[in-house]
Design a protein around this ligand. Structure first.
Ligand code: HEC
Length: 175
């Protein structure tokens, strides 16, 4: 039933703005108040995505592990934010440390990977592994940058790391 409501809200949004998706995207930054208003009416996913079919594969974790996984995810985002802050401040050693400890191959204990991995489909496990390897690679490049001052490879590595988050989010959701 929620789906019908969301579709109805989405249709209303299209009528109200008198524009298609392109128009909405263009207006996005200007129509903050309007968007906020609509968000309170929707399901939380937002009216822009209402007509999109969710093709992500649902994955079921036991409740305790699910809660821990989502905590981990919020920590991932917090870490990514810190990395960007350190980038702006050119503090490459700090980037290396936090990328490796909080997201890299050294973060498995922190994120309880051994507990959640058995519940993941193979593709999700691989996406997780790719993200951890990408973070460790970022840590190595940041360590180099601390010596050479070469920032471009670090910027590229942050983009690559973020792409690993996006890839898994596009493919899986938790039930
Ligand atoms: C191996 C897969 C995978 C990777 C890699 C991954 N995520 Fe997630 N993330 C998920 C899943 C699954 C969810 C739950 C989404 C849902 O059910 O709608 C999620 C949810 C989240 C959430 C919401 C947490 C909450 O409390 O609801 C945030 C924030 C997040 N991820 C950030 C990140 C960031 C940042 C990265 C990369 C550094 C990342 N994730 C990498 C699978 C992944």
């Amino acid at each position: 039933m929620w789906f019908r409501t969301v579709v109805a809200v989405g249709a209303w949004a299209l009528l109200a703005t008198g524009a298609g998706a392109a128009g909405q995207a263009r207006e996005g930054s200007m129509a903050g108040g309007h968007m906020q208003h609509m968000a309170t009416m929707g399901s939380g996913k937002g009216p822009q995505t209402a007509a999109v079919t969710d093709t992500r594969e649902p994955v079921r974790f036991p409740p305790r592990i699910r809660a821990h996984e989502l905590w981990s995810m919020r920590d991932h985002l917090r870490t990514l934010q810190k990395i960007q802050q350190y980038l702006a401040e050119e503090r490459f050693e700090e980037i290396a440390g936090i990328a490796e400890q909080r997201l890299g191959m050294s973060s498995f204990g922190l994120h309880g990977a051994h507990e959640s991995a058995p519940y993941m489909p193979e593709g999700m496990r691989q996406a997780g592994g790719a993200m951890h390897r990408s973070a460790s690679r970022l840590a190595r490049l940041a360590t180099d940058a601390a010596v050479t001052g070469e920032t471009k490879p670090v910027l590229q590595a942050v983009a690559d790391l973020t792409a690993r988050c996006v890839a898994c989010h596009d493919a899986y959701r938790l039930e």
